[in-house]
Design a binder for this molecule. Structure first.
Ligand code: PMP
Length: 370
């Protein structure tokens, strides 16, 4: 036999399904109106754009490494949210921070728990480190705290909760988050992924940051990709106890956030008008779109209640989600069809500009009519 060793990915890596990014152009190459990635339809605020441009204009903008500690950005975040800057960590998108949590606290033989229809990165982050992903049952697409607690074992090391959740859009209340936290063993890191938290009203705040301020095993993550309109620059941040943050730093890439991205994010935090306008726009057109789609209930259309900048829309009638997806693409709109996440009956639709949202509603209506 041939004893030559061959190159073999670790079995847990081979078990990861290849990531299939959403399309942004039709089959004929025609650009589509993109309502598939929960980006800000109003773009980026003027202050962040200006800071980004100024940073890029510096003579050494490309030749020098960015600040590896993102010190000014961390200080700005800390001042804004009343936090200890030493306990803020910045990431290459919050995606990186979610991966760091798994890589720091879990490995082969351990379990990482999240709700069914959780954010797609959780499974990849678990498998990447050889841990076993465990999915708790949902409750009609919403987070079921009892199901999550029932799925905890002595192997559980990380629990991810996106709140509000993607792709369902649902929000667990402050009481539910507290009950979940209270039921977890102290050797579990509770990650509260608040990528969409800026879309919430004050009354909807889930209290995650308060928990992270006071508890030893809570890690809250946020992003500049959504309401701040900086998805291209890949900037996220997180907050946890000092011991957790210093452990995460051990495996973080040293220069993980670009220089212009740091500058843009600092300016974005100072642009409260842009954030407020984005939130108001979203609330108005999310309510409008939900009502339009709910009026198609005779076609089996159902809208899951959303606290985010997108709607999860179920097609339970004669015309399937896949058919609607394809017809929307023919009409010039790309939304997210979710067979890979176990919801082939659903489309996830980002709230766009007024014209995009009105156009999308009309296109869905036409798609159902045949
Ligand atoms: N968490 C959730 C729930 C998300 O929907 C997203 C973006 N799709 C992220 C985290 C990651 O965002 P980013 O890496 O751009 O910060």
């Amino acid at each position: 036999t041939d004893a030559t060793p061959t190159l073999t990915p670790k079995p847990w890596i081979s078990g990861i399904a290849p990531y299939v990014p959403g399309k942004s152009a039709g089959a004929d190459g025609r650009p589509l109106i993109k309502l598939s990635a929960n980006e800000n339809p109003l773009g980026t605020g003027d202050k962040a754009r200006a800071a980004f441009a100024a940073s890029q204009a510096a003579a050494d903008a490309l030749s020098r490494y960015p600040d590896p500690g993102a010190n000014e950005l961390r200080a700005t975040i800390a001042a804004k949210f009343g936090l200890d800057p030493a306990r803020v960590i910045c990431g290459n998108g919050s995606d990186e921070l979610l991966h760091l949590a798994a890589g720091t606290y879990a490995g082969p033989g351990d379990e990482i728990l999240y709700v069914r229809y959780g954010f797609a990165v959780y499974e990849i982050a678990a498998r990447r480190v050889g841990a076993t992903p465990v999915e708790a049952d949902d409750r009609d697409y919403a987070t079921d705290v009892d199901a999550l607690l029932a799925a905890v074992t002595d192997k559980t090391r990380v629990v991810y909760l996106a709140n509000p959740n993607n792709p369902t859009g649902t929000l667990a209340t402050r009481e539910e988050v507290q009950r979940l936290y209270a039921g977890l063993p102290k050797n579990v890191l509770f990650v509260i992924d608040q990528a969409y938290s800026e879309y919430l009203s004050e009354a909807e705040d889930d209290g995650g940051l308060d928990l992270a301020k006071t508890q030893p095993n809570v890690f809250v993550t946020r992003t500049f990709s959504k309401i701040h309109g900086l998805a291209a620059e890949r900037i996220g941040w997180g907050y946890a106890a000092a011991e957790v943050i210093s452990a995460l730093h051990r495996i973080r890439l040293p220069f993980n956030v670009t220089r212009a991205g740091q500058a843009a994010a600092i300016a974005a935090l100072g642009d409260e008008d842009f954030v407020a306008n984005s939130r108001d726009h979203n609330a108005r057109w999310r309510a409008w779109l939900a009502q339009e789609l709910e009026s198609l209930g005779n076609h089996g259309v159902r809208v899951v209640p959303s606290a985010t900048n997108f709607l999860l829309v179920l097609f339970e009638g004669e015309v399937s989600a896949e058919t609607v997806y394809n017809r929307l693409m023919d009409a010039g709109y790309i939304v997210r069809w979710l067979p890979g996440q176990g919801i082939p009956q659903a489309l996830r639709m980002t709230i766009g500009t007024e014209a995009e949202t009105r156009g999308l509603a009309a296109a869905v209506r036409a798609a159902l009519a045949g």
